[in-house]
Design a protein around this ligand. Sequence first.
Ligand SMILES: [Zn+2]
Length: 215
Amino acid sequence: MGRPRGSRHITTQEHATQLVDQAWEALPAPHRELLTEVGASQRLVVEQPLGTIVDKLLRSADAGGLTVDAQAKTDTAIAVWLQRLRLVVFNLRNQALVGLSPDAYAQALSQTAWHEWGHALSIVRCTPDDVRDGPRLLELAPTSVDNAIRCAGYRRDEYTYELVANVYAALVERRLERLRGRPKWLNQEIYDLVVRVTGWTERCEPSTGCPQDRP
Ligand SMILES: [Zn+2]
């Protein structure tokens, strides 16, 4: 059986763009507004390591380029937020996305997008005290989060950003599962930080019609 007339296969890039768009639409409206304000609402999906393309994008915008070291580090990322260009760039060819089932692929891409957006909010909205507190906060985090951040080789002054980004992505996912409130596994102090920094709210918008929120 042929495809309906006028339809065509969408490319990997188009498919991924749709998934990232869906992840964006899944965010509460006030978060999308906040992200637009901080310059993280635009997105670009590519199929190559990010170091070279980010370097090119920055240079063509007269925003300086990346050092060779920074390029190599960026090459390993699934996505990166370019604050100066107000853009999040995703690499579909990253090893972490290769060979996944369609469901796992969609989930990994959404998680990455939510992580990057949480990251953008944390970079713009964390106070210097929050950043200094990173190593202590990490000790209060679930072991899996603590290990993931330490093993990835982040600097101590990046711990808070990573922590907020990880927890934010997890909270967005919980929200889609209609779970509310602080998850049991999450320390109260970290939860309060994420609420303050990302403007996290447990309230539901009328359009999502969450039964828990009905009077
Ligand atoms: Zn991150």
